[in-house]
Design a protein around this ligand. Sequence first.
Ligand code: B16
Ligand code: MG
Length: 217
Amino acid sequence: MKGVLFDLDGVIADTAVYHFQAWRKLIKDHFNRELPAALEKQTKGVSRNDSLTAILAYLDIKVSDAAFQKMTDEKNKVFRELLASLTPQNILPGISDLIAQFKEHDVKLSLASASLNGPYILEKLQLNSAFDAIADPSKVVAGKPAPDIFLAAASAINVEPKECVGIEDSIAGIKAINSAGAFSVGVGNKSDLNQAKLLFPNTSYLNYQQIVQAWQN
Ligand code: B16
Ligand code: MG
């Protein structure tokens, strides 16, 4: 195992709460409608545009391209305001130790987040220097569940996907890791992430030795 491809939202920090809070506000402001909690799961790991498409489809609302663009900009503005309060204390349990273990064993770290705010979030968490590369989601053709962002993240550290482990909390992300040919490690429920090759109930259970052993087998 030479590289680890990290998802961000839901693995390194719980920014999913902020994403959904921002979507909820947007939909309330524009249409005076509420979003059900189930949509949070559906939009996890999914790009900004694909998330709004899913939300509007659920609400059965059609908007012009210009209005769509304006809405994604507005959502991002609210999300960025929420991110302003992020500190290293928002790093999820177990992640700092796991990163230290990977670094001790010369495993390269690459970020494979769908978020265009990835570099800003890593900076707020003071984790940017821990990463060897950040794959740029604006440069990949298809978002998760397509493998593109994981392939880009592996290539950015010059490691073959089969020599990498990908860590994800979303259904779309686990599918993306598997199609990229990397070894998928899920963080979450078995009912959602049954396609993960190795699963931990939450980040505090993530364990370097268990990951290496499972990757080897
Ligand atoms: P942005 P990940 C994903 O992050 C989030 O899970 C998803 O909710 C969000 O829509 C997507 O990033 C795009 O984020 O609007 O900041 O570009 O899980 O891939 O780290
Ligand atoms: Mg995620």
